[in-house]
Design a protein around this ligand. Structure first.
Ligand code: NAD
Length: 299
């Protein structure tokens, strides 16, 4: 049996075309151009490439992006000042603070400074709290993208056992919540595994849907997967490889070769979850601009 691949690029392209259309509509009807404020601190190569990809996607969708770069030596106060500047800027509807921030910076304090109305990453306590109790909120982009993928692929989540590896605020915890909430793409029974989980394979082998967000290559191998399971590989790892022009290649957290022989559906890396994450950022920025205009854009 060979797994069918869940094509994140294709789904992202379809959604981005719809977002582009809605952005043009908002500009024509309300003279509002959605704007994203991007703060990048330091020169972490992965962060630089994520920010570049996000800004390119904004430009293609007709969304303005304003980038402010600070050196890795920037202080907490300097970083917070940029967030406050974006909060006050009427051209900016969404704020992206690229994480991680350099060591010594209190990330939570920076995130808490973002105005909840502009929190298009869905990371502020206000948005997370609203999400948890089922109120309208900006959903975190990667978890939201995963749910969209499952829905698009016609994967039934209700009544299924979903296992999430990872408990980060950005991926693990929110995706576990979205899979278990009483809503479309939810209603699953969810187990969260983490570094202190004993006998990880005993959980993953019982998963109908397995979401892997551990941040390490080969965390899941084919023998850990239930035959026919749906596997969502969130991980992005750089593995040194001299045969690639940049000297490294990207891989996920699952061993693609062995897992693809057991799963029924699998997301590739790259080209799976990543394109959806950026798309949901555009979606939230359009939504923020529409709300500022007194509308809701829901794509
Ligand atoms: P993180 O390091 O904050 O969290 C990793 C989590 O995995 C932790 O909670 C840890 O307890 C758990 N974990 C690690 N190793 C484990 C193991 N062997 N067994 C069980 N649990 C284990 O990472 P994150 O921010 O949640 O990101 C996870 C991965 O997803 C990273 O590779 C990251 O680059 C990637 N990511 C991709 C996208 C995307 O758009 N494709 C977006 C966000 C993150």
């Amino acid at each position: 049996m060979g797994a069918e691949l869940l094509d994140g690029k294709k789904l992202a392209a379809e959604m981005r075309a719809e977002i582009r259309r809605k952005v043009a509509e908002l500009k024509a009807s309300k003279q509002i151009e959605p704007g994203l404020g991007v703060l990048l601190v330091g020169e972490n190569p992965a962060s630089v490439s994520y920010v570049t990809a996000k800004e390119k996607a904004c430009a293609e969708a007709g969304i303005l992006s304003k980038e402010i770069r600070l050196p890795a030596t920037a202080t907490q106060d300097e970083i917070v000042a940029v967030v406050r500047q974006f909060n006050a800027d009427p051209q900016i509807h969404g704020i992206l603070v690229q994480l991680p921030l350099p060591k010594g910076i209190d990330e939570n304090a920076v995130i808490e400074t973002i105005s909840p109305e502009k929190d298009v990453d869905g990371f502020t306590p206000v948005n997370i709290g609203r999400m948890m109790i089922g109120l309208p909120s900006f959903l975190p982009c990667t978890p939201h993208g995963i749910i969209r993928m499952l829905l698009k692929a016609g994967v039934e989540t209700a009544g299924k056992h979903a296992v999430v590896i990872g408990r980060s605020n950005i991926v693990g915890k929110p995706v576990a919540h979205l899979l278990s909430r009483k809503a479309l793409g939810g209603n699953a029974t969810v187990t969260i595994c983490h570094t202190r989980t004993c006998d990880l394979a005993s959980y993953t082998r019982n998963a109908d849907i397995l979401v892997v967000a551990a941040g390490h290559a080969n965390t899941v191998t084919g023998d850990m997967v239930k035959p026919g399971a749906v596997v969502i590989d969130v991980g992005v790892n750089r593995v040194p490889d001299a045969t690639f022009p940049r000297g490294y290649r990207l891989c996920g957290d699952v061993d693609f070769e062995s897992v693809s022989r057991v799963a029924s559906l699998l997301t590739p890396v790259p080209g799976g979850v990543g394109p959806l994450t950026i798309t949901m950022l555009l979606f939230n920025t359009l939504e923020a601009a529409s709300r500022a205009a007194g509308d809701s854009a829901a794509v």
